[in-house]
Design a protein around this ligand. Structure first.
Ligand code: SAH
Length: 283
C-alpha cells in the first residue's frame, strides 16, 4: 500500500503504530481537508470521528476501522474523558490512530484537552490544524472575517460555557465594545440572550447579522438579518445547528461576495455594500 496515493510528491509523514494524530477535518466540504489530513486518512488503522465530520470523508480511509464518538440521533454523547482514554488504549494496542474533528481541533474543539490527556499518558501526538467553521464557513457564505474597511480585529466566542447551559461566563459588555466583528460558535441555543446582551451593551438593533448553517456542505443555508430580528428570523426560517453566527458590518459584504449565488447566475446585489464610493482596489 502506498501512503501517497492521491497526493503530490512530498516527504509526507508516515503514521507510526502507537501514535495519535489529532486532525481537523474542516467545516464539511471534503475539498477543505488539508493534504496532511488526506495523508493521514490513507494510513490510519482507526479513525475516531465526531458528529461534525462529514461521513463521506471516511471513504478516504477504507482500510481503517471507523469509530463514531459524537452525539447524534438523540444518543447520549460519549464522555470527553472516555474518548480521550479510548484514544490512549488504541495507541497502546499499537494502532495508528487518527482522531478526526470538525473544523480545527484546537478551536472550540476540545482538541487541547484530548492532546493533553494523550501526552500525560505518554502517547505521542501529531496535530493537524484544519479550516475552522468561523473562517471557512463564513467564506463559503461570501463573508470575509476581516476587511480593511470594517475591522482590525475579530472575536471568536462560544455561545456555550463549560456547563453547556449559559453564555453567562462571557463578558458580553466588553466583547460588544471591543469587537468590531463577533463570530459566534454554538450560539443557536442562546441566541436570544446573546443578542439582547449585545444590544444592552450598545450594539444597534439594526446591526447586520448572518447565520450560516451546515456551512460548506450541500445543505448550507444563509440567513441575513439584524441583531434585533435574529431570534425571530432563525425561528421563522426553521434553521437548526450547526451554525456560525456573524455579527458586524462584514456581513454586508455578502451583497457583493455571494460567490455561490453568482456561480448559479445571480447578479451581485450591491457592488459597494459598505458605501465607500471608491474602487475597492485602492492601496
Ligand atoms: N472545531 C470546530 C468547532 C467545533 S464547536 C471548528 O473549528 O470549526 C461546534 C460548532 O462549530 C457548531 O455549533 C457551530 O457553531 C460550528 N460549526 C462547525 N461546523 C460547522 C458548519 N459546517 N456550519 C456551521 N457551523 C459549524
Amino acid at each position: 500500500m502506498t501512503t501517497t496515493r492521491h497526493l503530490p510528491p512530498h516527504a509526507w509523514p508516515i503514521m507510526q503504530p502507537g501514535w495519535v494524530w489529532l486532525c481537523g477535518a474542516g467545516p464539511g466540504d471534503p475539498g477543505l481537508l488539508t493534504l496532511h489530513a488526506a495523508n493521514a486518512l490513507g494510513q490510519a488503522d482507526v479513525v475516531i470521528y465526531d458528529a461534525l465530520v462529514q461521513e463521506q470523508i471516511l471513504d478516504w480511509a477504507p482500510q481503517a476501522t471507523h469509530i463514531y464518538a459524537g452525539k447524534r440521533g438523540g444518543k447520549p454523547s460519549a464522555k470527553q474523558r472516555d474518548i480521550s482514554l479510548r484514544l490512549v488504549d488504541l495507541a497502546r494496542e499499537g494502532k495508528k490512530v487518527l482522531r478526526l474533528k470538525g473544523g480545527d481541533p484546537f478551536v472550540f474543539g476540545r482538541g487541547g484537552e484530548e492532546a493533553q490527556t494523550l501526552v500525560q499518558h505518554g502517547v505521542p501526538v501529531r496535530i493537524i490544524p484544519g479550516i475552522s467553521a468561523g473562517i471557512g464557513g463564513l467564506a463559503y457564505a461570501g463573508i470575509p472575517v476581516t476587511h480593511r474597511d470594517v475591522n482590525q480585529s475579530v472575536t471568536f466566542v462560544t455561545g456555550h460555557d463549560q456547563s453547556g447551559n449559559t453564555p453567562g461566563s462571557l463578558d458580553w459588555d466588553s466583547i460588544s465594545k471591543g469587537s468590531q466583528v463577533i463570530v459566534i460558535y454554538m450560539g443557536m441555543k442562546h441566541i436570544q440572550q446573546i443578542a439582547t446582551k449585545l444590544m444592552d451593551a450598545g450594539r444597534p438593533a439594526a446591526e447586520p447579522v448572518a447565520v450560516v448553517t451546515t456551512a460548506t456542505t450541500d445543505q448550507q443555508a444563509v440567513l441575513e438579518t439584524t441583531l434585533g430580528a435574529v431570534t425571530a428570523d432563525i425561528a421563522a426560517a426553521g434553521l437548526a445547528p450547526p451554525a456560525i453566527i456573524c455579527v458586524g458590518q462584514s456581513v454586508l459584504m455578502r451583497q457583493v461576495l455571494d460567490w455561490q449565488g453568482m456561480a448559479k447566475g445571480e447578479a451581485p446585489r450591491n457592488l459597494d455594500p459598505l458605501g465607500r464610493g471608491r474602487p475597492a482596489e485602492s492601496a
